[in-house]
Design a protein. Structure first.
Length: 274
């Protein structure tokens, strides 16, 4: 199978000089393997000082089979320390099974993180996705058995992420749930000799149950990755919100699907149904 080439959707960022064209280990790279100037297959790769974090792993709703995947061949998945899933929608999470079951992701000991509600809904949404996407075709990405096999490796994180046994727990699992505003420190890299620390904190994003934004800190550089978010409070979800930063993020990767559109206010929409 020929290698699928990603469009040129990446940036290198120097902590002291801003965006630059020169790349070395002291500069952060942000590459979009999907969702760059398109809607669907969100997959954002952040690399800095020998650590690699991937945010989301979705499919493109307009395509099927391999064409729906992010450009996964652009990355050696055994070098990935963590995959952070913002929410359960297919365009942000549906290629996760493929990454876990059909790439070398597990060889590097990487871990998948998602909120508890996301993990709960993901299981059933993915079952529907497998059945619907493979109906009447042989062009399937993975089977329901493979999806369940990857889901069964998911583990619920204890209330204290810094407990003495956390590294042992992480070494025997591939996916971990968390609570909003819970700071999680990633274990040391198994892929390089770097001692670079990586930690992240999730914040409510509105949008759907369990959706979150991630504040990722790698060696003191802070990246805010939003995924889909909504700042409007509704009947069952709190709006997206972040604290008053003592130190603001250095980089923000922001979802902008409806960035130039104005939606009808919620109260007006509700009044049409009453």
């Amino acid at each position: 199978m020929s290698k699928r080439k990603a469009p040129e959707s990446h940036a290198t960022i120097s902590p002291t000089e801003g965006i630059t064209g020169v790349l070395d280990i002291d500069e952060m790279t942000v590459q979009l393997l999907g969702a760059g100037q398109e809607v669907g297959r969100s997959c954002c790769v952040i690399k800095y000082k020998g650590r690699t974090v991937v945010c989301d792993s979705g499919v493109h709703p307009a395509f099927s089979g391999m064409a729906a995947l992010p450009f996964l061949d652009e990355l050696d998945w055994s070098t990935v320390d963590a995959i952070l899933i913002t929410h359960f929608h297919l365009d942000h999470a549906a290629s996760l099974t493929y990454v876990m079951e059909k790439t070398n992701f597990r060889d590097g000991g990487g871990v998948v993180y998602m909120s508890h509600p996301t993990k709960a809904v993901y299981r059933y949404l993915m079952s529907d996705f497998v059945r619907v996407s493979t109906a009447g075709t042989d062009d399937k990405l993975f089977s329901e058995e493979e999806m369940i096999a990857s889901w069964n490796t998911m583990f619920v994180l204890p209330s204290s992420p810094f407990g003495s046994n956390i590294r042992n727990l992480i070494s025997s699992t591939y996916s971990i749930g968390f609570d909003f505003e819970q700071e999680i420190l990633l274990p040391p890299s198994r892929n390089s000799s770097t001692n670079t620390s990586v930690r992240f904190t999730s914040f409510a994003a509105g949008h759907v149950l369990g959706a979150c934004m991630f504040l990722i800190e790698i060696a003191g550089i802070r990246v805010l990755y939003t995924g889909d978010y909504s700042t409007e409070e509704d009947r069952h979800l709190v709006p997206a919100r972040v604290p008053v930063w003592e130190k603001k993020p250095d980089v923000m990767v922001c979802e902008s699907t409806y960035g130039v559109q104005s939606h009808e206010p919620r109260l007006e929409k509700e009044a049409q149904f009453t």
